[in-house]
Design a protein around this ligand. Sequence first.
Ligand SMILES: Nc1nc2c(ncn2[C@@H]2O[C@H](COP(=O)(O)OP(=O)(O)OP(=O)(O)O)[C@@H](O)[C@H]2O)c(=O)[nH]1
Ligand SMILES: [Mg+2]
Length: 445
Amino acid sequence: MAEPTETEAKPTRAYVIHPDLAGRTQRREPEHALAEAVALAHALPGIEIAGDEVARLRKPDAGRLFGKGKLAEIGERLKDAEVDLVLVDGPVSPVQQRNLEKDWGVKLLDRTGLILEIFADRARTREGVLQVELAALSYQRTRLVRAWTHLERQRGGLGFVGGPGETQIEADRRAIDEQMTRLRRQLERVVKTRTLHRAARAKVPYPIVALVGYTNAGKSTLFNRLTGAEVLAKDMLFATLDPTMRAIRLPGANGGQGRKIILSDTVGFISDLPTELVAAFRATLEEVLEADLILHVRDISHPETEEQAADVAEILESLGVDEDVALIEVWNKIDALSADTRAALRRTDARTQGIQAVSALSGEGLDDLIAAIDAHLSEALDEPKTEAVVTLPFSDGRRRAWLHESGVVQREESGENGLTLHLLWTDRQKAGFDALSAPDQDDDA
Ligand SMILES: Nc1nc2c(ncn2[C@@H]2O[C@H](COP(=O)(O)OP(=O)(O)OP(=O)(O)O)[C@@H](O)[C@H]2O)c(=O)[nH]1
Ligand SMILES: [Mg+2]
């Protein structure tokens, strides 16, 4: 562990700015984007938020990002709030960064820089550390190139190529390239070992179920609920970085034995995820690519849940996740919704296959989710099925719902004695149903 530094003893006072460009085509409200940037800042250790603001920009200034007036105005606020670190929620060029740091007398990080810092702080496994280092180097490298262009321009007009400046930067660049090659080789070795483990695991034919979703959606909380594990789940962005996998037996109906699966918890996604990071984490996310079933966990109580879902879909696509991979949308945090919204969700949930409304916190809806996971897997794994006919009394809404949830109902008729359901199911699903108690027995309890 590193020795405690001064920054750990005394919190760094950070000021968060979300630049809102005129004519922007973003999906998000600037106020929500600012709130997310502040949450990101909180994810850095030893940070105290001294203030935040949305800064409207008509046109970004090449040298300082902000225009003269804005620059002075923000500068005043920074001085009053005794700010050490400014976090700009967007891209800042190396030139802009240098100028702003000088003008304001602060240290400055842009969005990518901030996310890289958080990831560097979180990485625990060898693979995670290597990936973050690689991403950081690739970020630095692009900034060297841009700095170099700037120097060239400063020298401009002299018309010669290759002064001392260029040589130095060329050397820096080469050093970075060499270091990156070394890291890549090490990473390949680590990944190879892991792939071997995976091959060994493939002999035990448990299907892989991967949890994916926006950061803070509740993936780890759900993972812990389903596995009894204690992965850190926290109201903090990027609480999870390294993937965790667990072989578990899904609880069967009524305490019976369910199917064995491997559940995998992964790093959360975020809008404008730096491309360096997406590339670096591709190896880790291979488990997601190979999953038999993906659970897309959504925070349905978040004001921008739709935008978050769109970001996740985009990132999955860019990772090359096949559109035909079986996917269940898990609408999490329904406990945080009003009763009305919740009832409406429940109706959508029942109508729409492939959506499950749950609360990982209270456990609500998890039985149905487990039944849906089981049904999707038997579908994906192509297990043999047989036909059956059952008749349920009208009062037995629970077992009827279970059958529908499991996706085994082919046809339903109502007769004098109740509902007759024509089913197509696997032995496992039949056993699960048989283990459910009939309504009268429930009432006795
Ligand atoms: N109200 C409510 N809060 C929840 C629920 N599930 C998770 N949370 C909270 O949401 C926060 C984030 O949960 P995590 O499980 O760490 O989320 P995550 O998706 O793993 O986040 P990252 O690892 O950062 O990507 C925590 O404060 C949880 O307690 C839920 O069903 N209801
Ligand atoms: Mg997590």
